[in-house]
Design a protein around this ligand. Structure first.
Ligand code: SAM
Length: 229
């Protein structure tokens, strides 16, 4: 197994199954042109998010970490015409590139980008007693993932799906002595996903164009539930 093989297989899967269209490809091109880091989800991960949102029947989606809106487009395309996606982004430049990409994809009426620190935006959503979200995607600064998980729980209902990206980090999550804040945040995030009485969770390792990583997936349980459902 090696990186060249993973990249070739990913290209094959993307060409065979995923079929990203012009708006998605133009979003990637705009991100590159404007100097955004190429840390968006891959096409097959984007399609996975899209399919999970459809399986969930999501009407309200919360995304933490917009970048250029590539995952936002995949997720928003799963919404019904009356659906809503709120995406949180710290960097105003990222947010403005995302707004253009989302507009080009014809999704502006479904998507709201909130610019600023995600922790502050989450607190505001909670204070405003926003309706619970059906799916929450955590993909911002990884040291904050344990905090984002707490807010996600406050903004969820039984049955809400919570997804966290980049939870394997080339296997570095095995290192309990790591001083890397992203590794520490991810380990704590995974431990809380696994031990929280309101969550049923798993995580998958992935390989592909962007190397060795993975994502975690959880569902919020009914408050009274004691066992895996
Ligand atoms: N979800 C995007 C995609 O797949 O297309 C990729 C998101 S990228 C991995 C992480 C984003 O989170 C960056 O745009 C970064 O500026 C943003 N970010 C980092 N720290 C943040 C914070 N404290 N609050 C909100 N956004 C933050």
């Amino acid at each position: 197994m090696n990186q060249d093989l993973w990249t070739s297989v990913e290209r094959f899967l993307t060409d065979t199954l995923v079929h990203p269209d012009l708006a998605l490809n133009e979003a990637v091109a705009a991100n590159t042109r404007t100097g955004l880091p190429a840390i968006d989800v891959s096409p097959n991960e984007g399609k996975l998010l899209h399919l999970l949102a459809r399986i969930q029947g999501a009407r309200r989606i919360l995304e933490i970490g917009t970048l250029g809106g590539y995952s936002t487009i995949w997720l928003a395309r799963a919404l019904p015409p009356f659906g809503r996606l709120i995406t949180l982004e710290l960097d105003p430049t990222h947010a403005s590139v995302a707004a253009e990409n989302i507009e080009r994809a014809g999704l502006s009426s479904l998507v709201e980008i909130r610019v600023g620190s995600a922790l502050e935006s989450l607190a505001r959503l909670h204070a405003d007693k926003t309706e619970p979200f059906d799916l929450i995607f955590l993909d911002a600064d990884k040291p904050n993932n344990p905090n984002y998980l707490e807010w996600a729980l406050k903004l969820s209902r039984p049955g809400t799906v919570i997804i966290g990206d980049n939870v394997i980090r080339d296997g570095e999550i095995l290192d309990a002595t790591s001083t890397d804040a992203s590794v520490i945040g991810t380990r704590t995030f995974l431990e809380r996903l696994g031990s929280h009485p309101r969550l049923d969770a798993t995580a998958l390792q992935t390989v592909g164009n962007k190397g060795y990583d993975g994502f975690a997936l959880a569902i919020v349980k009914n408050r009274a539930a004691r066992h895996h459902s």
